[in-house]
Design a protein around this ligand. Sequence first.
Ligand code: ADP
Length: 497
Amino acid sequence: MEKYILALDQGTTSSRAILFNKAGMAISTAQKEFQQIFPKDGWVEHDPMTIWSTEISVATEALLKIGGSWQDVAGIGITNQRETTIVWDRNSGAPIYNAIVWQCRRTAEQTKALEDRGLGKMIHEKTGLLPDPYFSATKIAWILNNVEGAREKAEAGELCFGTVDTWLLWNLTAGKVHATDFSNASRTMLFNIKTLDWDDELLSLFNIPRSMLPDVFPSSHIYGYTDPKLFGASLPIGGIAGDQQAALFGQCCFEKGDVKNTYGTGGFLLMNTGSTPYFSDKGLLTTIAWGLGGKIEYALEGSVFTCGAAIQWLRDGLKILDSAQDSEYYASKVADTGGVYIVPAFTGLGAPHWDPYARGLIIGINRATNKNHIIRATVESLAYQTADVVSMMEAESGLKVPSLRVDGGACKNDLLLSFQADLLGIPIERPASVESTALGASYLCGLAVGMYKSTEDIKKNRAVEKIFESEKDTAFREQRMKKWRRAVERSLGWAEE
Ligand code: ADP
């Protein structure tokens, strides 16, 4: 009887569970959306008990769908929304506050104060991150400072902090294991990515007791076993990685210079930089890709704030599309954008421009411009923004990107990927399974439980559904990128008073 790996993919809007076989094929999937809690403008929370209960229910559902039993599961891999912060009572296991979600901006002032005190450089050198409310440190501090009695309990060693992986692991093992992996630890802004330990200077800066923090292990590692009362079986939990790092692993980006891009609501590019952490002074983040086989591998990360969300805007804002998929049909009705450029800087621009005051623009309109040009220019804007980050990654690392491996909702758009190939002049590879994130967690666990012997073994599973090759020359690329940059320049600083 073939054994499966159960991948728990705990995302921002839904909890998912996928059973993978050894060949890396998704055999069964279950998914449940859950409530987003917005207590105040810019605040985002989740109920930790809902995160746990939805994850367990989808895990059970995925197994029931194929009439399987827990004996068919060789192990569990976890991948999760990153940075989201949960604090709970070590004795009762009860959370003392809701999960503060990565998107939550409640600690914007505290973060700005770090910059004002000139601490940005020290934080970047130690953690690879730039001060931002995204990361867990200021969220933990907020809970300790704002929940009654929390500070005293924390000082007395009675509280645990965890990102979502840690919370799930704690519950799966009925409170026996309080641990995380290197990739998740590297998103807290408390972990020194060179010494590979929680950093005392940062802990004291944020006033966070070390006793709250989980133990940190490699991403492929037997963390513990599920409590038998849960599934009637004691299953090993053998893999953990944050969602973007898991996607990098699922895409088999095992070599230095390998890059994946996720075209989701936002865009996330990660480049494997091997055993060397490259520090960028142009706004790329340095992060731990994974710990594996006694080694740490690092990644450079750049994000595009508005990626697939620009297509959503065509559908829900402008209402010129019925569905996101239709964008390809309309965009293909015209040979090009007729000189129209759209910069979807709806919430400012990230790397390489870093301008919170940039706003969206449509430029180059003339009397011949029609709806199809606007749609095509929006689709192309995803590719331009991605190209900007890729060239910055090459410049900052000195590594040449050989090809781009893609996933995420908008990667189904062939026109987008063809144009991406034309702009970058490298092949764009779309895998047969675009479930890279869950697949990465499954592979990490599969290595720990002996289903795979090595990453070479995993690579044999890699199936590319389609490769998009560039059909344009350098002159085309240069001309288009030049024009795009002129459009971007005009969008900068617009919202500034
Ligand atoms: P999330 O970031 O929420 O995980 P997904 O990876 O599911 O997002 O991708 C959803 C995004 O992809 C949406 O913003 C949607 O507009 C976009 N999208 C989905 N299908 C297409 C398509 N065929 N062409 C362009 N964009 C698409």
